[in-house]
Design a protein around this ligand. Structure first.
Ligand SMILES: Nc1nc2c(ncn2[C@@H]2O[C@H](COP(=O)(O)OP(=O)(O)OP(=O)(O)O)[C@@H](O)[C@H]2O)c(=O)[nH]1
Ligand SMILES: [Mg+2]
Length: 615
């Protein structure tokens, strides 16, 4: 395909503003998917996405489009050769290749969006007419601007009776500086005006700028592991081209391989002989070792190829790649069945290929066996990984006690101290909820940095410990604002934290998976609550159980579960045989499930109900 007729673009928006639904309409208009084969949110192929109704991964698709629209760029004589202009004038209708990448909206998956944008020249910035600008609208807008993308502002869901088209368009003008005439009003659901939007994609977005005659440079913007094909790399060809059979190199990993197949998704996998400058597709090399390919790496022809010799004077510059976001929330991850440890290790390795932000180190618990400490980008990310491990690897895992990423450093006084991450929390909310939002933030150690009002909403920013996320600030703000508030954050600094170790002991034995670091001023109540909960979830045993909450080595609370009568039948007089059997059976079962250690005996279910409260 001639480069001038390629458009690479993303759809970006806050959660649920209708990105995947708009992608559906594009797939229909371009006949990529026949109407009778259409499923809602077609690109959300992942079963977890389908069940939850949210997009969790970027999803590229190639569409063919036939139109007579003349791109804006053709009006600029500097950018176009006369020859191309003549061609367009002569032949009114042109074939275009549109590479669309649907993106997730949730803040935990922002890294998917930033990688997507690096593979595109433009994006549709979608805003729900009933919601207006929300946190990720702003975050993704900024990211797109940073990457110099051309944006098309679009207001969606105009079919809804409570659509506030005028208000939202004012917001777009006020907050981002768009012109009124630029904004396109659509309903992704009914398809109203979506044709005009597709024409605007061709007309307004630039074609890819790479050079065909240069040495191949392809950006690996995502990858997935396939049991049969090995590592499948999603590539945006920046310069040059890739052909089937080419010998290629993954530049930073210095790994060489042969291109066995080139495919693109349209909407099923279609094999292709080549991927030329500006195109997007999947490269399959048969590499099975997932460590050999890295998202963000540059794919190129191998050093001694004929091409390289011809261009030997030219210095090869790899593409800049990505800054991988730092995971902020850490969970212990254990297989439910301790025998699955090795399989869990393999599964995590495969998953990190497709989910580069995931990090893990080994960890051991005397109650749960061998496992990992895994770093996630947020709580939703952790939930989704748990579900993916179940779905894709058929493996049940446990997530234990979340903690933020603490750092141990020397404090100014020279002593070793714990430092915790602080963030700038930004809350977007309709004006009516500013009061309740402030109450919640102030109750969570928040210091107000800024409050500004826009057309229909307000933006508050707070300085706050990041750990408030794992203490549920998201859901508190959602309920205080009846679901309307949305959040974004950036980590600003690490500050010394007054933390102490809270442990729970049963008959003097500390239960490692229940220990955590807590703020000193909250530690006693944390210890009390935990001890109480454990008391309520532990069954009686044939011996006395003493539960202690311990803060920094000092016992701060004590609970007791009295022993239970040895003879479960003692109280029953005469009678019912079936009931007796049942009782005896229940006692037997309980025993076989016990995890015994030293003088204590804790049924696994009781422990898990404590451990998994946040997982
Ligand atoms: N009435 C109406 N509903 C819409 C429109 N567009 C999307 N929806 C609905 O809004 C909900 C969210 O749509 P999605 O397309 O999944 O939104 P998304 O932006 O892809 O969401 P994430 O990927 O989770 O960020 C779905 O229930 C859609 O049916 C529209 O134009 N009108
Ligand atoms: Mg979606």
């Amino acid at each position: 395909m001639v480069q001038t007729n390629i458009r690479n673009f993303a759809i970006i928006a806050h959660v649920d503003h209708g990105k995947s639904t708009l992608a559906d309409r594009f797939l229909e208009i371009t006949n990529t998917v026949q109407k009778d084969k259409m499923q809602e949110q077609f690109l959300d192929q992942n079963p977890i996405s389908r069940r939850r109704g949210i997009t969790i991964k970027l999803a590229p698709v190639r569409m063919k489009y036939w139109t007579s629209v003349i791109p804006n760029s053709f009006r600029d004589p500097q950018q176009n050769s006369n020859e191309m202009l003549k061609q367009v004038q002569h032949d009114n209708k042109q074939d275009y290749i549109l590479n669309l990448i649907d993106t997730p909206g949730h803040v935990d998956f922002s890294y998917e969006v930033s990688r997507t944008l690096a593979a595109c020249e433009g994006a549709i910035l979608l805003v729900d007419a009933t919601q207006g600008i929300q946190a990720q609208t702003v975050a993704h807008f900024r990211e797109a601007q940073k990457q110099n993308l051309v944006l098309i502002p679009v207001i969606n869901k105009i079919d809804l009776p409570n659509a506030q088209v005028e208000v939202v368009s004012k917001e777009l003008i006020e907050a981002f500086g768009f012109e009124k005439e630029e904004i396109i009003y659509i309903s992704a659901k009914t398809g109203e005006n979506v044709n005009a939007l597709l024409e605007a994609v061709v007309k307004r977005l630039p074609n890819p700028a790479g050079e065909k005659n240069k040495q191949l440079r392809g950006l690996i913007f995502d990858a997935v592991y396939d049991e049969f094909r090995g590592v499948v790399a999603y590539v945006r060809v920046v310069d040059g081209q890739i052909n089937k059979g080419d010998k290629v190199q993954f530049y930073q990993n210095n790994m060489e391989a042969e291109v066995m197949d080139l495919v693109y998704f349209s909407p099923h996998l279609v094999s292709s002989q080549e991927l030329s400058t500006g195109e997007i597709g999947y490269v399959i090399t048969g590499i099975k070792d997932i460590r050999k390919i890295r998202v963000g790496d540059t794919i190129t022809q191998i050093q001694n190829s004929k091409f390289k010799v011809q261009n030997s004077k030219e210095e090869f510059e790899p593409l800049p790649g990505y800054k991988i976001p730092k995971p902020m929330v850490f969970f212990g991850v254990y297989p439910k069945n301790t025998n699955d440890y090795i399989y869990l290790k393999e599964s995590l390795a495969k998953l990190t290929l497709n989910d580069t932000a995931l990090t893990y180190t080994e960890e051991y618990s005397s109650y749960l066996g061998s496992g990992f400490r895994v770093g996630f980008l947020g709580l939703l990310h952790a939930q989704i990984v748990k579900e993916r491990i179940k779905q894709e690897f058929n493996l049940e895992i446990l997530l234990t006690m979340p903690q933020v990423l603490y750092e141990k450093k020397n404090s100014p006084s020279g002593e070793e101290a714990m430092y915790e991450p602080y963030m700038k929390l930004i809350v977007y909310t309709p004006k009516d909820y500013v009061g309740p939002v402030m109450n919640i933030c102030q109750g969570r150690y928040g210091k107000l940095l800024d409050l500004s009002y826009y057309e229909s909403y307000a933006v508050l920013s707070y300085d706050m410990p990041y750990s408030m996320f794992i203490r549920g600030i998201s859901s508190d703000l959602k309920s205080a604002s009846e679901g309307f508030a949305s959040l974004d954050y950036e980590i600003t600094s690490y500050r010394e934290a007054d933390l102490v170790k809270v442990e729970i002991k049963v008959n003097d034995v500390a239960i490692d998976v229940l220990s955590e670091l807590a703020y000193r001023n909250e530690s006693i109540s944390v210890a009390r609550k935990k001890a109480e909960r454990l008391k309520n979830s532990l069954p009686r045993q044939q011996f006395r159980q003493i539960i202690q909450g311990v803060v920094n080595g000092d016992i701060v609370t004590r609970e007791e579960i009295p022993p239970f009568r040895k003879d479960v039948l003692a109280k029953m007089s005469g009678g019912d045989r079936r009931r007796k059997d049942k009782l005896l059976e229940a006692q037997k079962k309980g025993k076989s499930r016990m995890i015994s250690q030293a003088k204590i005996s804790i049924p696994q279910e009781a422990l898990l109900s404590m451990v998994e409260e946040n997982g």
